[in-house]
Write a protein that binds this ligand. Sequence first.
Ligand SMILES: *[C@@H]1O[C@H](CO)[C@@H](O)[C@H](O)[C@H]1NC(C)=O
Length: 200
Amino acid sequence: MAALIDYSQPTLWAAVASIVFNPTFWNIAARQEYHNKAITKLFGGNSLHGCYALAVTIFSLGIIRDLIYHFTLQAQPVHPLLDNSTVKAFSYGLFLSGNVLVLSSMWALGVTGTYLGDYFGILMDAPVTSFPFNVTDAPMYHGSTMSFLATALWAGRPAGVALTGLVWAAYTVARQFEDPFTTEIYAKRERERASGKKSS
Ligand SMILES: *[C@@H]1O[C@H](CO)[C@@H](O)[C@H](O)[C@H]1NC(C)=O
């Protein structure tokens, strides 16, 4: 029986490192910003510039991770069960749906909404409930995970399916930190708005 995953490939471990590193990095950076204004200080007190810089950094790290993933898959064995036209057709649809979720949520949230603007004190006027947020609660994360899986299936590489599992786990852990934070920061603003109304 052919091996499912070739653990001797160094690219595999580079992919693992980069998948775990990215959400860890942006959560630590965002928390440093929230508690110490660390990024805003780097940008001379301009939190909008700080948020854009973080956005460019996270986006670039994502491209690097995707490239490593791409080269990792090429070095991994193809499994005969995945190497057929049904799987290819499914992966094509999955890739399209995943990208629709990612791109439409970026479109709905804008740059600061997508890239942790709330940690910089840059809040949306109201939480977005339109598409794709009426389909899934975390379209960016689910869409990205779907694209990873689609790429793995398209390439017929079980290693990619395993790495997609790791992507899913990394995003799940990240959401344990991010979702309660975002909920609380908008609740705080609601309380401030409400008390502002009473006193005026
Ligand atoms: C989500 O909203 C879009 C329009 O923004 C609508 O076309 C779609 O039917 C909605 N989907 C669900 C599941 O409510």
